[in-house]
Design a protein around this ligand. Structure first.
Ligand code: MG
Length: 327
């Protein structure tokens, strides 16, 4: 691309009028689609989508890991986790991954991973070995942990829908042992506590920057067309309970998957038509369009102003004006 534009400038400078004959550089269309005032503070109108990885099968669980200088992500259907440093090809990180899906860091920066195949949540120790944080509740196996998030007090929260035991290319088919699809909290003590029981298929989750609101995507319509396709918001108490669940946003089609918040408390949701961005009051500010339906998102980069998006076979990134939490 740099070469082409140099040739273009050269042609124009020589007055040869050749620019019109040169092949146009392949640039993606603008992806920022404003829907309400305030979206300009989120992303520039001319922002472009960079595709960093395109030969996956089902990319998920993006997690920015500063100490590794890159993005760890899952390819659930390839049964592999990879590390992506920009400018280089993705390299294997954990292979096989037990059909890993969502990832997050705990309060000490250790990688926490939801595994479909083994129906558990695990954490990587500093020596690279794996410890199990949760694989059962009340003596019965979990369904298939999908996504996880670090709570304000160091607890790890995770969702446990049945997708990973119902889709043969994302895990092992099985009947659920749990009567419900819950959101659980792994207390800093290690105790696994049921926290949300009024959802159909809880999927992505994210905390507001103050830790007092937990957003959870309900992707029930992914298995039942009459099921929910909504994002719920819960009040998180200092004791680690989740109360007063309410509908934050409802989608007209598709289902919400991964969620993320920024430093100003906006909510980002992987939806059928791209990444939707909501103000804390629920106003839909705009959308970051993606070529295929995205599954999950995370802020990263050295300054927290790069939004990484996993979408089907691909991992994309967009430079943002908004900044992720904790940078
Ligand atoms: Mg998910």
């Amino acid at each position: 691309m740099a070469n082409l534009s140099r040739r273009g400038v050269l042609a124009a400078g020589l007055g040869l009028g050749l620019a019109g004959f040169l092949p146009r550089p392949a640039r993606a269309a603008p992806v920022a689609q404003a829907m309400a005032p305030g979206f300009e503070a989120v992303v520039a109108p001319d922002a472009r989508l960079d595709t960093l990885h395109s030969d996956g099968r089902w990319c998920e669980g993006p997690c920015w890991v500063l100490r590794l200088g890159g993005l760890v992500f899952s390819d659930t259907r390839m049964n592999r986790m990879s590390l992506l440093r920009e400018g280089a090809a993705a390299q294997a990180y954990r292979d096989p991954s037990n059909n890993a899906n969502g990832n997050c860091l705990d309060a000490e920066g250790r990688l926490v991973t939801c595994e479909h195949r083994t129906r558990r949540v695990v954490r990587e120790r500093e020596d690279g070995s794996i410890e199990v944080l949760a694989d059962a509740f009340e003596g019965r196996r979990l369904n298939a942990p999908n996504d996880c998030a670090l709570g304000p007090d160091g607890a790890i929260w995770f969702t446990d829908p049945v997708f990973g035991i119902r889709q043969p290319d994302e895990g092992l088919m099985a009947e659920p042992e749990q009567a419900m699809r819950r959101v659980y909290r792994i207390a800093p003590s290690g105790r696994v506590e049921a926290r949300i029981e009024d959802m159909d298929q809880p999927n992505g989750l994210a905390f507001a920057p103050d830790g007092q609101t937990l957003y959870v995507a309900d992707a029930g319509a992914g298995l039942n067309p009459e099921g929910p396709r909504e994002i719920r918001a819960y009040r998180v108490t200092p004791e680690g309970a989740a109360e007063a669940g309410r509908i934050f946003a409802r989608l007209e089609s598709g289902v919400p998957d991964g969620l993320e918040t920024d430093a100003d408390g906006r909510l980002y949701a992987a939806c059928e038509d791209g990444v939707r961005v909501f103000a804390p009051d629920g106003t839909l500010l705009g959308r970051i369009a993606t070529p295929t339906t995205p599954a999950n998102i995370v802020f990263g980069g050295v300054d927290g102003r790069r939004l990484f998006i996993t979408a089907g076979k691909a991992v994309h990134a967009v430079n943002m004006r908004a900044q992720g939490r904790g940078f």
